[in-house]
Design a protein around this ligand. Structure first.
Ligand code: SF4
Length: 369
């Protein structure tokens, strides 16, 4: 981050400290008093902060804070509580994906036959206001115990159908290198585990966490995937781009899971700009997720049609590499379904008439030999 971009409060911080992820973690803004020394929150933000400190606190790294603009800024809106979080609808849920119901042992969710989700920490560099796991994250008292880890490893050893383990949380890169490496090494010892995915927002909120030392140590455990979570071009800084490049150089397959958020990224041009940047930095836009109906996010949710319209606008305009799958994760643990714009206009026997990306009509005769 250029000095011009860095918030003046940290102008005298040395470059070495600023680019040290531990310094960023130690200096996170986590209280209203700290925040008010740096900026003037709006009355709606102040009321949101006061009301949510117990149920879902906020935390922002100096790096991510330095990207803040005015009250409508897409970065600020993702990070600061707002009084709109107090508005609930009859469809809101605390655990919308029923992860706790599908949890055979305390820190593991096993819903699909070949995949399991392992929660290794409830700490994140920044607490995203749209987080599906806000029932858990930010609660330091709920950190998984050693015994819970052993139960999870035992479950995975006894369940060889699980080939793909998502290491999640919270943010697993909040852990020390040693702790994270121990978890990855223990998973790699399980012969049936083929793929390990690290689910982390650190490339977005704390890109200095992607250190050469960590990558060198993790290289021995491939195939490793990284699922990250960029939501807006305002997050696409040179530091974030460099973090993605380092991950790709170290052999990681990197994918992005964007969440559609009202007034933040529910616009085809925003999604196109974001996805073009991701592809340039060797990160595949993987999912565009409908925001889960978690309590406190009604003001951020978009109609499902919005995602379909964005996909429709992207098709033909950008490379397929930059077009994600639109996914709704069904409430109640129903799993993911994908949506696509309707292209088949009609069918007449073996003739199918389609609308292409530019509105033209074309016929495909379905008559294999
Ligand atoms: S980084 Fe992920 S787990 Fe942490 S608050 Fe954001 S969305 Fe939730």
């Amino acid at each position: 981050m250029t000095d011009a971009r860095r918030h003046p409060a940290w102008a005298r911080v040395s470059a070495a400290e600023w680019s040290d992820w531990r310094w960023q973690q130690r200096n996170r803004i986590t209280s209203l008093a700290q925040l008010e020394r740096l900026m003037t929150p709006t009355p709606a933000e102040r009321r949101g902060i006061e009301a949510r400190m117990e149920s879902f606190p906020f935390a922002v790294t100096p790096y991510y804070f330095s990207l803040f603009g005015g009250p409508d800024c897409p970065v600020r809106r993702q990070a600061l509580p707002h009084e709109d979080e107090l508005v609930t609808t009859p469809w809101d849920l605390v655990d919308p994906l029923a992860e706790d119901e599908h949890s055979p042992v305390p820190i593991l969710t096993h819903r699909y036959p070949d995949r399991a989700l392992l929660y290794v920490t409830h700490h994140c560099a920044v607490y995203c206001r749209h987080c599906t796991r806000q029932r858990k994250v930010g609660d330091a008292a709920s950190a998984p115990s050693k015994a819970m880890f052993e139960q999870a490893y035992a479950y995975l050893r006894a369940t060889p159908a699980v080939k793909d383990v998502l290491v999640s949380g919270g943010d697993p890169l909040s852990l020390s290198d040693a702790r994270l490496l121990d978890i990855v090494a223990r998973l790699r010892e399980i012969p049936s585990v083929e793929i390990i995915r690290l689910c982390t927002r650190n490339p977005v909120t704390l890109p200095m966490r992607i250190t050469d030392a960590l990558l060198a140590a993790l290289r021995g455990y491939h195939p490793l995937f990284v699922n990250t979570h960029f939501n807006h071009p305002a997050e696409c800084t040179p530091e974030a781009g460099a973090a993605l490049e380092r991950l790709a150089d170290a052999g990681f397959a990197v994918g992005n899971q964007m969440v559609l958020l009202r007034g933040i990224n529910d616009d085809p041009t925003v999604v196109e700009t974001l996805n073009r940047w991701l592809v340039r930095h060797r990160c595949r836009p993987y999912y565009m997720l409908q925001c889960d109906p978690v309590s406190g996010t009604a003001h951020l949710r978009t109609p499902v049609d919005t995602g379909v319209e964005i996909l429709d606008a992207l098709r033909g305009r950008v490379s397929g590499l930059a077009i994600p799958q639109l996914v709704v994760d069904l409430p109640g643990g129903g799993g993911k379904v994908t949506l696509v714009p309707e292209r088949q206009l009609r069918r007449d026997g073996n003739r199918r008439v389609f609308r292409n990306a530019f509105g033209g009509e074309f016929t495909y005769v379905d008559e294999p030999l």
